[in-house]
Design a protein around this ligand. Structure first.
Ligand code: GDG
Length: 722
């Protein structure tokens, strides 16, 4: 059976005198998958255990009882990795609260260290074919650490919190490292499309990687992104709702609160949950309605009390509760019942079933399971769910009473509306939500995530539309006497660089260029859009033929001078266009204009990515109108727009040289729009090879990346050697 390794910050256990399994949604969702997978779970056991014997004991028991493998953190790890980096830095960042974000350098070092500890454990506990599913913001570096060690590993990552907009995420000092860490996964799951959308735009703006609609290209592979809203452990709730114990408990609670309307709040005491504003709304409600038959029941679970913001929040909330009660209590009626503790599962179910309304008004929340659990537990009556539009759950529970958690009057009015609504109205809202919550439960969530993860990770190194060079083409090349190789540079031989000057040949590229200069099987032409001077500066040392300015001129390897393809090109359009292009450049900060003998190139790789592409489309559309009757071609290439004389054409130059030199075969290799003129030549003696993925091309064959092309070239030289 296939093994599934779940990795999360905490193991779902409480270790006291005995070890007990705790039962969150995730535990039960995964338990249900036991028939499909052999499940192992890796995570922190909680607390600090120093004694090696005790560690050994816990490890053995966890393994035997539950197939869990514990990570042990020391005091320092706990403070820096958990309380510090995870809860005081990442949590507020991911929840749009940059003013609460604190950052200390040692915290990140510990976060790296603990992520590595998790990686070691995963590597130690897994076989190459296992599936690894990592959970949440505590382990954002883990996917890439694992990927480095095991390039073929199947790795999924699910983020349980929101992913904020780029403007927020960019505030974090380690934004780049965090994103790079995540991109080691094969699949990243989010609760909502909004979070996915923010993630894509953040990756574009911080890492400069443009994503496809469903994946982000990463080196030679793809990191898929998709939406999987988590659900509740419906089986467990249903089982309890069907018992007599539940009926008894509900009856008892009804007796206690007889004659009262109950409005319930259940959450960890966290500043994301919108508790102070909700209390203000309650204050307003009580003031305006004067009702003394409504009880607001707060179950506030103590959380992260070692973080100062949480201690302050507790004080603020307790103060507000006492003010409201001081103001609105009457004999026999205290409006806010505040419990700073958790209740057991049975009590929780009974409270859900009892409450006439639930107020779930977080300022922001990844999903919020309480909202779904409340809906599920409505059995005999129809309770009203008052739900923040900023909880992920609001995307699914559209029939709830949706409120803006910052709009106190609206919350107050909605409580009134919900309590006054008749049974039919409440049922009309409840039933479709109940149906959805029941069907899309935690098991459904886990199954759909894994169903997406497994087929996508078939270890295909890189997706290409076209195959690499065929054996027949290789034979054709082998038989040819006079062979030419037209080789584009940027994006083909060398990876595309944000700053064009930084793409000078080095390392592997330099090595292959020297190999090409030493061989005599092919006449090699470096076929670029770059200027003549730059070509001379970068390539003269290799002793190769050069073609510059998109095919407008060439220089043979031993020659001193450049030869132009024609002296009759009409270039007068350039004078009319120059000022227009300069104006366009000025209006697009970060862009720049390059002028060549027979062309202009407007580069926007350093402009704001969205604005740059928008201005490029605008430019192309305006130029098409302006230049329609002139001998000019417009190419929207990679992060640039080329406006070139029709004579600056790589295809035309290839034809010219083929005829002049009588080649029997020519391999034309390139990656962008300006190379298509070579691929579209109808001469059967040319073979087109495109470098890239997912793009329409007229080439015959394809390699996914410059790296893949370099290996192909090495092989080509070997195989054509006589
Ligand atoms: C994170 C994201 C996302 C609460 N009080 C008691 C109690 N609970 C249980 C509830 C519910 C769970 O705790 C709380 O889940 P939430 O989803 O509301 O919130 P977080 O813990 O912050 O979870 C969140 C979630 O991950 C899943 O992806 O929805 O957005 O922040 O299941 O029932 N359980 C018991 N007693 C209590 O007093 N027994």
């Amino acid at each position: 059976m296939q093994s599934l390794i779940i990795v999360s910050n905490r193991l779902p256990v409480t270790i006291d005198k005995t070890i007990k399994k705790s039962s969150g949604g995730m535990v039960s969702a995964l338990e249900g998958l036991g028939d499909k997978f052999n499940i192992r779970w890796i995570g922190w056991a909680g607390g600090v255990v120093e004694d090696p014997e005790k560690k050994e004991e816990i490890t053995t028991e966890l393994k035997q009882k539950f197939n869990f493998s514990p990570i042990f953190l020391n005091e320092g790890d706990m403070e820096d990795y958990y309380t510090g980096f995870s809860n005081s830095s990442l949590w507020p960042l991911l929840h749009y609260m940059p003013s609460n974000v604190r950052y200390e350098e040692p915290w990140f070092r510990k976060y790296q260290k603990v992520n590595r500890m998790f990686a070691e454990k995963v590597l130690d506990q897994s076989d190459p074919d296992d599936i690894v599913w990592i959970h949440d913001y505590h382990l954002m570096l883990l996917p890439s650490i694992l990927r480095k060690e095991r390039p073929d590993m199947t790795i999924g990552f699910f983020l349980h919190t929101p992913f904020p907009s780029y403007e927020i995420f960019r505030c974090h000092p380690k934004r780049k490292e965090l994103l790079e860490g995540l991109l080691g996964a094969d699949l990243i799951g989010f609760h909502t499309f909004g979070y996915l959308r923010h993630f894509r735009s953040t990756v574009l703006r911080i890492l400069g990687i443009e994503s496809e609609f469903d994946h982000i290209p990463v080196e030679n592979s793809r990191c898929f992104i998709d939406v999987f809203p988590i659900g509740i452990n419906s089986k467990k709730f249903q089982e309890f709702l069907d018992t007599n114990a539940f009926t008894r408990r509900l009856k008892a609670l009804r007796k206690v609160y007889s004659g009262k309307k109950i409005v319930l709040s259940v959450e960890r005491l966290d500043y994301t949950k919108g508790i102070p504003r909700r209390l203000e709304a309650i204050d307003l409600f009580l003031e305006e309605t004067g009702r003394n038959d409504v009880i607001f029941l707060f179950i506030s679970i103590p959380s992260r009390q070692s973080v100062p913001e949480y201690r302050e929040l507790r004080q603020e909330v307790e103060m507000k509760v006492s003010q409201i009660n001081g103001k609105h209590s009457t004999i026999g009626q205290v409006p806010v019942h505040f419990f700073f503790r958790s209740v057991n599962f049975e009590e929780l179910c009974a409270l859900y079933a009892l409450a006439d309304a639930a107020t779930v008004t977080p300022l922001i929340d990844g999903m919020n399971l309480v909202a779904k659990e409340y809906i599920f537990c409505q059995k005999e009556k129809s309770g009203a769910l008052i739900l923040s539009e900023f909880a992920g759950a609001a995307q699914e529970l559209c029939q709830a009473y949706v409120v803006n958690p910052y709009y106190i009057r609206q919350i107050s009015d909605t409580i009134k509306q919900a309590l006054d609504a008749d049974e039919e109205e409440k049922r009309r809202r409840l039933l479709p939500m109940k149906k959805r919550v029941k069907k899309h439960d935690a098991r459904f969530w886990a199954e759909s995530f894994l169903a997406s993860l497994t087929p996508r990770c078939q270890k295909v190194p890189c997706p290409v539309q076209l195959p690499g060079l065929s054996p027949e083409a290789m034979t054709q090349i082998g038989h040819a006497q006079r062979r030419a190789l037209f080789l584009d540079y940027d994006g083909t031989l060398a990876e595309f660089k944000r700053i064009p000057e930084n793409a000078a040949p080095s390392g592997e590229v330099e090595k292959i260029l020297f190999s090409l200069s030493r061989q005599n099987q092919f006449d090699v032409y470096i076929t670029s859009g770059r200027k003549r001077e730059e070509m001379d500066r970068w390539f003269s040392k290799f002793g190769l033929n050069l073609i510059a300015e998109q095919g407008f001129c060439y220089k043979e390897k031993n020659a001193d001078d450049w030869v132009f393809i024609t002296h009759e090109a009409d270039l007068s359009w350039k004078d009319n266009l120059r000022d227009f292009l300069k104006l366009h450049t000025g209006m697009t900060p970060g862009s720049f204009l390059e002028e060549k003998t027979a062309s202009f190139v407007w580069h926007y790789q350093n402009a704001d990515p969205d604005f740059g592409i928008w201005k490029a489309h605008q430019l192309v559309s305006e130029l098409q109108d302006m230049l329609s009757n002139l001998p000019v071609k417009i190419h929207h290439a990679k992060k640039n727009v080329v406006i070139a004389s029709v004579h600056a054409n790589k295809g035309a130059m290839v034809s010219h040289l083929m005829a002049m030199k009588n080649y029997d075969i020519a391999l034309c290799i390139g990656d962008d729009d300006t190379d298509e003129s070579m691929f579209l030549l109808s001469d059967p003696k040319t073979i087109g090879i495109n470098v890239g993925v997912g793009k329409e091309t007229g080439a015959d064959f394809q390699y996914p990346s410059p790296k893949a092309l370099l290996s192909f070239l090495e092989k080509l030289l070997e195989q054509t050697q006589t």
